[in-house]
Design a protein around this ligand. Structure first.
Ligand code: UDP
Ligand code: MG
Length: 319
């Protein structure tokens, strides 16, 4: 095998855009094959993540018509990160390099040439990062950039402005397959693996058809997963808060005793009640944060499978 490229594209209800994605990738892959940058056995593999529309019909139709395309269908919707892992691990035995990319063409396909070039120069992981966020709304840009900053403050090794548009070598995926965690945050996991890596920049476009499958609630939960799966800093912050609180309460106790001895009227009942509410708020939040870590541990110990593959056209084509 030499320079066989597999593209992994997770799809959840993408019927509106999928035929455009197929056309764009058909051209791009054929150009790369013509330029002899990638092998002619390279493929585009769509991962149907339990779509409820015609996504799988489109995928199975194109894979019958054009051998460049293939697909995997999961037993139900498992979310973007699980769908990606299903695709990556299913492709790793057939390919030398694998690129993961979104189905909505927001990731610029022209970056693929640069990523393959970096691979050919010896990089085993190539991170595609957004150079600008012109097309994002102010809110999306602000939340996304704050997220990357917060992650690095929490001590998580994460590539700035990189999501899941990345090239990995077969060897990297072999190493990745040894990570069995169920709380997935892929953009934090690949930097942990190591090997020679490089970065290419691209301008991220707007989603031209269909709507985002990542509403604010899912984005926040991914961010929270990222922090709690990679860092125990929130627990350290609680410990720090607890120590500060104890010191302050000890000092104030001494002050109140002194004031009392000297017959001064000190705090009234209102201020005591609000202080109690404030402190119990901090305590409940702290228990909640610790509980999140326990919950994560609970799911990790269960070792449930991350996904089930219902139909694997890749096996049929290759086997
Ligand atoms: N996706 C998926 N499963 C899900 C949600 C999303 O496979 O449960 C796919 C989706 O089809 C797309 C990619 O993940 O290819 C990124 O989703 P989207 O473009 O909606 O996210 P955004 O770009 O808005 O953050
Ligand atoms: Mg998108």
């Amino acid at each position: 095998m030499k320079n066989v490229l597999y593209m992994v594209i997770p799809c959840f209800n993408e019927e509106e855009i999928l035929s455009d994605t197929i056309n764009v990738l058909d051209k791009k892959m054929n150009n790369l094959i013509k330029e002899k940058k990638i092998d002619k056995n390279s493929k585009v593999v769509f991962v149907n993540d339990g779509s409820r529309d015609k996504t799988w019909e489109i995928i199975s139709k194109i894979s019958k018509k054009n051998s460049l395309f293939s697909g995997i269908s999961l037993s139900r919707n498992k979310g973007h990160q699980n769908a990606l892992v299903a695709g990556l691990l299913s492709c790793k035995d057939y390919a030398d390099m694998i690129i993961s990319m979104d189905a909505d063409l927001q990731d610029d396909v022209n970056a693929i040439d640069k990523m393959v070039d970096e691979y050919l120069k010896g990089s085993e992981i190539v991170y595609a990062c957004r150079s600008k966020r012109k097309t994002d709304t102010f809110f999306k840009r602000f939340t996304a950039e704050s997220f990357y900053k917060l992650m690095s403050k929490m001590g998580v090794d994460i590539i700035y402005n990189h999501a899941d548009f990345r090239l990995t070598s077969k060897r990297v995926l072999e190493s990745f397959s040894k990570y069995n965690e169920v709380n997935l945050f892929l953009r934090g996991m690949f930097p942990l693996i190591g090997y020679k890596s490089s970065i290419v920049f691209y301008e991220r476009g707007e989603r031209c058809k269909g709507e985002s499958k990542y509403p604010l609630s899912k984005m926040l939960s991914l961010a929270w997963d990222g922090i709690t799966s990679f860092s125990t800093k929130p627990i350290k912050i609680i410990l720090f808060l607890g120590i500060i609180q104890s010191i302050i309460s000890f000092i104030s106790l001494i002050i109140f005793i002194i004031l009392d001895i000297n017959n001064y009227h000190t705090l009234g009942i209102g201020s005591i009640i609000s202080l109690i509410i404030f402190l119990s708020g901090i305590q409940l939040t702290s228990i909640g944060i610790v509980g999140e870590y326990i919950g994560k541990t609970y799911f990790e110990t269960k070792k449930r499978p991350r996904y089930h593959i219902d139909i694997n056209l890749l096996e049929k084509n290759n086997g």
